[in-house]
Ligand binder design. Structure first.
Ligand SMILES: Nc1ncnc2c1ncn2[C@@H]1O[C@H](COP(=O)(O)OP(=O)(O)OP(=O)(O)O)[C@@H](O)[C@H]1O
Length: 253
């Protein structure tokens, strides 16, 4: 028996002028799967998220969510349909508290009202380790809780597919591990996760599958250490700094 994929990109193509960021790209994410996406700067990773979330329309091809075509569906309706996303640069409502920020998402994204919305928002804060700062204005948060809040806001919308866009960027090593623990717990709950990340070792700890995007193509797809050991992937990362945590060749072979 075949299960309906949580997400399916079917022959997606997208160019900005002469720059092709997706070339006839086909990709499925199964329910509960955690997929990591790596690739050099400008590879088109964030653009891919924008097409999944509905902020950008592909030039051709289709986006399917749980067997429903959503290619022409606007972002707010995709949120309601079960896609939650974070942004590279978190932009919470700075003057609202952490709790209020998530409550807005529960109202607008998950269409919850009153006590149900409040209970959901509190639950999200517990799951993301933010309960203790529930009443702190978002603008006063340090970077790690700000990143946690970005994840919490996406969760507030009640997604079945969570898109994480470089949430580990800028964090210290121990902070990365704290964030990884949050994402791993969400995955263990059964949430489908697609995580774009340059901090590769965070992905290795979390995802069961990884793809590498470059020049609009998927250049490698499979078990994370195998993908990172792939010759083409290593060539793309040549010169990448140690902060990527790219494992040595012997680890992947
Ligand atoms: N709206 C747009 N209009 C024109 N060009 C764009 C637009 N959005 C992205 N691009 C270009 O498309 C390419 C892919 O950008 P994108 O942000 O998707 O890459 P990325 O893989 O996420 O990069 P990074 O790892 O640096 O975040 C880049 O060359 C970028 O300049």
């Amino acid at each position: 028996m075949t299960t309906t994929p949580l997400l399916r990109l079917d022959g997606i193509s997208k160019s900005f002028g002469k720059v092709t960021v997706a070339r006839d790209l086909t990709l499925s994410v199964q329910p509960g799967e955690a997929l990591g996406i790596v690739g050099p700067n400008g590879a088109g990773k964030s653009t891919l998220f924008a097409m999944i979330a509905g902020d950008l329309r592909p030039d051709s091809g289709a986006v399917w969510l749980e067997g429903r075509q959503v290619t022409g569906v606007p972002p707010h309706a995709r949120t309601r349909a079960g896609i939650g996303r974070t942004f590279q640069v978190p932009r919470p409502f700075e003057h609202l508290t952490v709790f209020e920020n998530v409550l807005v998402c529960a109202h607008q994204g998950a269409a919850l009202k009153g006590r149900r919305a409040q209970a959901h928002a509190m639950n999200v804060l517990e799951r993301t380790g933010l309960a203790e700062v529930a009443n702190t204005p978002a603008g006063r948060l340090a970077l790690l809780p700000r990143k946690r809040l970005e994840v919490a806001r996406a969760l507030g919308t009640g997604p079945r597919l969570l898109l994480l866009d470089e949430v580990a960027g800028g964090l210290t090593e121990p902070e990365v591990l704290e964030l990884v623990a949050v994402v791993k717990d969400l995955h263990a709950e059964g949430l489908g996760i697609v995580w774009i990340e340059h901090v590769v070792h965070a992905l290795i700890r979390t995802v069961g599958r990884m793809i590498c995007l470059a020049g609009g193509d998927v250049v490698a797809d499979g078990e994370p250490l195998r993908v990172l050991a792939d010759r083409r992937v290593r060539e793309l990362y040549l010169g990448a700094g140690p902060e990527t945590g790219l494992p040595g060749e012997e680890e992947g072979s």
